[in-house]
Ligand binder design. Sequence first.
Ligand code: 4AD
Ligand code: MG
Length: 462
Amino acid sequence: MSGPISVKAALASTAPISGMQVQGWVRTRRDSKDFSFIELNDGSCLRSLQIIAKSTLPNYADVQRLQTGASIAVRGDLVASQGKGQAWEVVANEIEIVGPSDDTYPLQKKGHTPEFLREIAHLRPRSNLFGAVFRVRSRLAFAIHQFFQERGFVYVHTPIITGSDCEGAGELFRVTSLDLKQPPRRADGSIDYAQDFFARSTYLTVSGQLEGEAFACALSKIYTFGPTFRAENSNTSRHANEFWMIEPEMAFTNLNGNMDLAEETVKYLIRDIKTNCAEDLGLFSKFVDKELSARLDFVIDRPFQRITYTEAVELLKRSGEKFEFPVAYGANLQSEHERWLTEKHFKCPVTVFNYPQEIKPFYMRLNDDGKTVTAMDVLVPGIGEIVGGSQREERLEVLEENMRRHQMDPADYKWYLDLRRYGTVPHSGFGLGFERMLMFVTGVSNIRDVIPFARTPGSAEF
Ligand code: 4AD
Ligand code: MG
């Protein structure tokens, strides 16, 4: 036999294997009279592999001192298990202790709180729950590429350092190499960013959309999938300051086509994870959210509800519900409103569209009513907004007018306006929050627990 195999491959074997190797970390060890039983996990799958260490091993005394968290390499034979709960186990001929551990190892068998586990974010992927979360995260990323590639979308890498504030919300992290103690100043005392590294103000991107539009207006169907950054001080279970976003953009597509794609994307991703991460989903259904499985099936099976913003406001007003924030036409839907619509009223995902112009960014297309724009948000139970998108304003004069209304100088966005000057087309796209999608498919209720090393206000450990 050549080279070690994964625990996953060992457990999936269809026949005994003599002379095989596995390696990983000790989850637990217990002794009986002539043996030591080791549960070995290497993160390749949820389950561990039982290793039988006979007392005749030359280093048996060292094996008996192995503690949870230690790393070992095992040579032995994969045989049908005598015990309950597993088909295969390994009878070891040799156990190499690669790295010992001791009883200060923080991940002992007892249950830990999510808060404690966040403090040991470097070790928590070794737990069952977080191993499962991050395997699903990996598969979800793959499924996203597969979905768009199968449909002819071209993957575009939009810049991470940018000069534009796409969402116009002013939630930008500045990128600068100026000496903060002695920045160059203009005559009026303000900092002279013309002398900064890029000879202008630059920031970490909040969205790849604007650059994505340029590519959609050339390659027709594109998507971005990368990190985005928002300096918003919202300490909630659904906001992170660094998160990943998937942003498809389609030329010759209106709001309806956009809503269709968003719905198809969410359903496809759920189906893919159900098929390819069944074992990990089983863990979430058992320990994280008992309704998970039923909810995911429900979402795949039914069309999403579609309502206008105006209808949503009417429903909320008539709901008789006491909300913390008032419901009024022209105000943003708050998270509690969104969740009432999707969880209490419709009990299924809801796409809300045609929002008042005043509460949406400059790039959204003005409807013929002159009041609303072609925005759409997909709301899902347990989370609220998972997708935000729109048809884009493709008419040069209307777009310039929107910019002025948003106190933007069209001269700063000449390149973006060029897309309307030369061969403009109706086009649409949306942003799907990767972590929110991951929360939805796993049932994990805090965004900090689906990001390897989360960045939130006041916290950038690791
Ligand atoms: O609704 P948003 O702000 O839309 C945009 O950025 C558009 N430029 C997208 C587009 O049309 N191409 O963000 C899109 C999605 C949200 O629906 C949400 O799922 C997620 O990104 N999101 C966040 N996820 C985690 N933490 C945050 N702070 C987030 N802000 C937005
Ligand atoms: Mg939004």
